[in-house]
Design a protein around this ligand. Structure first.
Ligand SMILES: [Zn+2]
Length: 158
């Protein structure tokens, strides 16, 4: 498997071929944390392997061991910064119906999100994708600036 695939959005962001909105938030244990570029709201983060891995079953032992603590750490950081009612953590990674570079979405969901769209769970994500409101660049930079020090704090689990 090639570790870096030109034209893969996740790889293009990791390699610097495309700019990362808000900048890299954390890189640890073979994983990279960035702000989401899709329409899932300000504060929604992506946790993806640095390598071009398309299936959870193909993660290395090291990547697997780092995953649980990292997901908890990222969820804790968005909880502290965004103060959501719930944090969704999910992985679809089926790019156009083809297995794509896997990435967990860590989405802080606020009461305002629920009130705005009137739905929750997968229906909320679908409604947000249908609305196609990509996060404002300034807001992404602002929230990234607040999340980064929380994520990188030495006393964080993981
Ligand atoms: Zn990739």
């Amino acid at each position: 498997m090639t570790d870096d695939v030109v034209g893969c959005l996740a790889c293009d962001l990791t390699s610097g071929r495309r700019p990362v909105p808000g900048g890299v938030l954390l890189e640890v244990g073979g994983w990279r944390v960035e702000h989401c570029v899709g329409p899932l709201g300000v504060g929604t983060l992506i946790v993806k392997p640095v390598r071009h891995v398309r299936h959870v079953a193909e993660l290395s032992d090291g990547e697997s061991a780092a995953l649980g603590p990292l997901l908890r750490r990222v969820a804790a950081a968005v909880t502290e910064v965004v103060r959501p009612e719930q944090v969704y953590v999910c992985l679809w990674s089926h790019d156009g119906g083809t297995p794509g570079h896997l990435h967990f979405v860590v989405q802080p969901v606020t009461r305002a999100d629920l009130d705005r769209f009137g739905v929750f769970g997968p229906r909320l994500q679908l409604a947000m994708f249908d609305a196609k409101v990509t996060p404002d660049e300034t807001a992404v930079a602002e929230v990234s600036g607040r999340v980064r020090p929380v994520l990188q704090r030495a006393d964080q689990p993981g």
